[in-house]
Design a protein around this ligand. Structure first.
Ligand code: SAM
Length: 245
């Protein structure tokens, strides 16, 4: 359930999301055709935007200490749609208002969430790498050309999510996406810091969707659904769904 299956192919050769959309409708397993228009808007915005090189350029000018845990990878429109529409989380999300992507990159998940989930009233991104942040602002401006109201919901901060106060009324997300923003030796400590922030600052009932790494405390953040899997450009990714008690 909720799984896009396709034989893994190196992203250097073929772009998975492009292949998915060129398959005949019957083969587009798990894809909701009613989002074709949204997918077209998304693709127009991101045509020619190479998040990997934008991230590399930004990271190369950062202090080595500040960039040591940073990694880049992205979730495409089809993958986000699959997570939201087919995993079983859809009904839980419908009652919630404020989506936040921690480490928002070029803004793909922000714009994707705005297009897929009209019930979100506010969509918040936080990105440390300034080149990615700037690129995400440009993409939101582009969205505003055709979908002004949706674009006006999106607010992005250039900064470190570990330093934000999630309890602040201007943030206070109740849906948090974490697409494996930090990695490497020592990153586990940062994840635990982040979980501590979630424990103190997120409202009970908030949903935390986490790719690759599940939250460590099953008491504070029980999983509410079985994990699902999406085939991202860089491999098969497990997605975990938690709810803060
Ligand atoms: C794997 S990428 C995901 C990008 C985006 N969420 C997506 O799925 O397309 C992780 C992002 O988190 C950012 N990041 C890592 N640590 C951060 C921090 N402490 N504060 C803000 N952004 C951070 C990285 O620069 C990177 O862009």
């Amino acid at each position: 359930m909720g799984r896009i299956t396709i034989v893994p192919i190196s992203h250097k050769i073929l772009d998975f999301s492009k292949i998915l959309y060129t398959l005949s409708p019957g083969v587009r397993k798990g894809f909701d055709m009613s989002f074709e228009k949204e997918k077209e808007i998304f693709d127009n915005i991101y045509q020619g935007v190479d998040g990997y090189s934008i991230s590399n350029r930004g990271r190369s000018t950062m202090d080595p200490e500040d960039r040591k845990f940073l990694i880049y990878g992205e979730i495409s429109f089809a993958e986000l749609l699959s997570i939201i529409e087919n995993s079983g989380i859809k009904d839980e999300l419908k009652g919630l208002t404020t989506f936040c992507d921690l480490g928002s990159g070029t803004g793909k998940c922000l714009i994707g969430a705005a297009l897929i989930c009209p019930y979100f009233k506010r969509i918040i991104g936080v990105e440390l790498v300034s080149t990615l942040y700037e690129s995400s602002l440009e993409s939101v401006q582009q969205l505003a050309q055709t979908k002004k109201k949706l674009a006006s919901k999106i607010k992005i901060t250039n900064g470190n999510f570990l330093k934000l106060d999630f309890a602040k009324p201007s943030l206070s997300p109740n849906v948090v996406l974490m697409h494996y923003p930090i990695h490497g030796t020592g990153s586990e400590e940062l994840y635990l810091q982040l979980e501590e922030k979630f424990r103190k600052e997120l409202k009970p009932g908030s949903i935390i969707i986490s790719a690759i790494r599940k939250l460590s405390s099953s008491e504070s953040f029980p999983e509410i659904l079985s994990p699902t899997h999406v085939e991202c450009k860089y491999g098969n990714v497990t997605i975990f769904f938690h709810k803060k008690v």
